[in-house]
Design a protein around this ligand. Structure first.
Ligand code: NAI
Length: 331
């Protein structure tokens, strides 16, 4: 039998946490044959709710779940973890300045970076979900210099899945037949959902999405804004932000990272830029990647047209500004 892996979920008493921990315990993230020990961290004000989540995990009698650590102590939470899913953060509240929210999150991610660096298992893989996700991941990377930068990522898989979902709905096909959409850049409304390389499996072979969606105008306008604004649309409808889709996409992100992407398929991940596609080095930016042997690789050589270039640069620009703001909060 396999040794259990330790998976940390921060902010585990929150909405995404409540959707995510049962998925992990069911084997959705690591595979149905991988036992695990769940580490759940939240802040003292949420300790009682966190304990309630722990009680429900016990009650659900998950066969793969070999242990639960529910704590408000960041060191205990980080000790020995192989995978860290960082969902905890400070939300923007009415009347708050961007800088104030950034400042709170920078200080959270700075201290959690140190705890992970000192106490996580070697080669721990980190996924930052909490917003501003790219910049929180960048701060985590900067303050955990001994964690390889390849191991620090942020979630844009939800946006990626949203793009696949919109194409599937539009063409009235199964979402599993659509692949290779790309989310470039920031997990924010400046992200660029790009379908120029996306394909659909049809009875007569794989076809480019651009060929099947006869209406280019829709792809260049409404499709993009629908994906960019989907988070806001969910809040409007549900009066709460997306949680089940975020949780499911976080499982997709880690599963593909650890277990690999299928041949010929790429997915979107926020990773540390190496300068590919002219994206400035030093940003955590969402790229198309393939995964194998527990490592992601940016897909190279995709042709980029002028329309795409502008949008990729605009979201990079926003990330540079976020980075400057984050650094100004450190001083
Ligand atoms: P929530 O407010 O329900 O839960 C957040 C939890 O984090 C709370 O239980 C809170 O007590 C906890 N927390 C706060 N500071 C903490 C700290 N220092 N250490 C540990 N826990 C801490 O929020 P929800 O809906 O679960 O969302 C979580 C985050 O995920 C938000 O930042 C949200 O904007 C982001 N998000 C990101 C998405 C993505 O695709 N990247 C998609 C959806 C949400």
């Amino acid at each position: 039998a396999k040794e259990p892996m330790r998976v940390l979920v921060t902010g585990a008493a929150g909405q995404i946490g409540y959707a995510l921990v049962p998925m992990i315990a069911r084997g959705v993230m690591l595979g149905a044959d991988q036992p695990l020990i769940l580490h759940m961290l939240d802040i003292p004000q949420a300790a009682e709710a966190l304990n309630g989540v722990k009680m429900e995990l016990v009650d659900a009698a998950f066969p793969l779940l070999k242990g639960i650590v529910a704590t408000t102590d960041v060191v205990e939470a980080c000790t020995g973890v192989n995978v860290a899913v960082m969902v905890g953060g400070f939300p923007r509240k009415d009347g708050m300045e961007r800088k104030d929210v950034m400042s709170k999150n920078v200080s959270i991610y700075k201290s959690q970076a140190s705890a992970l660096e000192a106490h996580a298992a070697p080669n721990c893989k980190v996924l930052v979900v909490a917003n501003p996700a790219n910049t929180n991941a960048l701060i985590l990377k900067e303050f955990a210099p001994s964690i390889p930068e390849k191991n620090i990522t942020c979630l844009t898989r939800l946006d990626h899945n949203r793009a696949l979902g919109q194409i599937a709905e539009r063409l009235n096909v199964q979402v599993t037949d659509v692949k290779n959409a790309i989310i470039w850049g920031n997990h924010s409304s400046t992200q660029y959902p790009d379908v120029n390389h996306a394909t659909v499996k049809t009875p007569s072979g794989e076809k480019p999405v651009r060929e099947l969606v006869a209406n280019d105008e829709w792809l260049n306008t409404e499709f993009i804004s629908t994906v960019q604004q989907r988070g806001a649309a969910i809040i409007k409808a549900r009066k709460q932000s997306s949680a089940l889709s975020a949780a499911s996409s976080a499982c997709d992100h880690i599963r593909d990272w650890l277990l690999g992407t299928p041949e010929g398929t790429f997915v979107s991940m926020g990773v540390y830029s190496d300068g590919s596609y002219g994206v400035p080095v030093g940003l955590i930016y969402s790229f198309p990647v393939t995964c194998s042997g527990g490592e992601w690789t940016i897909v190279q050589g995709l042709p980029i047209d002028e329309f795409s270039r502008k949008k990729m640069d605009a979201t990079a620009q926003e990330l540079s500004e976020e980075k400057t703001l984050a650094y100004s909060c450190l001083n």
